[in-house]
Design a protein around this ligand. Structure first.
Ligand code: OAD
Length: 238
């Protein structure tokens, strides 16, 4: 049993605004690879070959092959105990806002409603010509690269390196982090900015920050409590 469980439940109960900030580690127990772990995506591929607008302009089919394979792999994955526990907190305590860097859709599938997806959503695709986005859960896609009704090539609805985060989502995330009094930072290496700046923004406003990770990160010394372990295993004890 987690020794801080009662303390954390009390904080959740009394919190006026709780932010749950997640990264790839929250989906690891669902069988989704992280980016920088031992078998992480960026161990086998260079970011700039796949996750940049330049890579897509150069070879959209190559980039899509990778995203299509990721979508196909995700299709069979289920939300884990961590995703489900967060939904339980939302229902029980209210005023819980999930801000995620993940594009896998697992928080939403678990039932999270108040979610801010900083890096987009892999199940959205957007036309590079007319800009129209659509939800598309076909995996694998029947035609690569997919083409819009207007004839333009469609791209994954994710944020690539060198691109701006969706403005409205970012502003909302900043707003919640500015007023949060409790924040959980779960399963992120916290090195990709601007997203990684959000916990420190919250900290600068006096927020109590709990980090859940299998190993310490660069930000661990700045936080109030570090709970070492797998997200699902740790959260299910709170
Ligand atoms: P990373 O792969 O950088 O970090 C994953 C973190 O999860 C690490 O700190 C691990 O120690 C931790 N972790 C692994 N398994 C865990 C588990 N079961 N429970 C808890 N923690 C666990 O992934 P992110 O921090 O999400 O951006 O990466 C941030 C961004 O970099 C991504 O959104 C993506 C990537 O490039 C874009 O694509 C724009």
């Amino acid at each position: 049993m987690l020794e801080q469980a009662a303390f954390l439940r009390d904080r959740l109960q009394k919190s006026r605004c709780t932010v749950v900030f997640t990264g790839a580690g929250v989906s690891a127990e669902s069988g989704v690879p992280t980016f920088r772990g031992q078998d992480g995506y960026w161990k086998n591929f260079r970011v700039e070959e796949l996750a940049t607008p330049q890579a897509f302009s150069k070879d959209p089919k190559f980039v899509w092959d990778w995203y299509d394979a990721r979508r196909l792999a995700l299709h069979t994955k289920e939300p884990n105990l961590a995703h489900k526990k967060i939904v339980e907190w939302e229902k029980q305590f209210g005023n819980v806002h999930v801000i995620t860097q993940n594009v896998d859709g697992l928080h939403q599938r678990a039932g999270t409603e108040k979610i801010h997806c900083l890096h987009g959503d892999i199940w959205e695709i957007r036309c590079t010509r007319c800009g129209i986005s659509e939800r598309n859960v076909e995996a694998p896609l029947s035609h690569l690269p997919p083409v819009c009704a207007c004839g333009g090539i469609q791209r994954p609805g994710v944020v690539w390196f060198g691109e701006m985060l969706p403005q409205e989502t970012w502003e909302e995330a900043e707003r919640f982090c500015s007023c949060a009094d409790l924040m959980f930072v779960i399963g992120t290496s916290a090195i990709v900015y601007p997203a990684a700046g959000l916990p420190m923004l919250a900290k600068s406003r006096g927020c109590y920050i709990v980090e859940v990770n299998i190993q310490p990160t660069e930000l661990t010394p700045h936080f109030d409590l570090f709970l070492q372990g797998k997200a699902g295993e740790v959260l299910s004890q709170i």
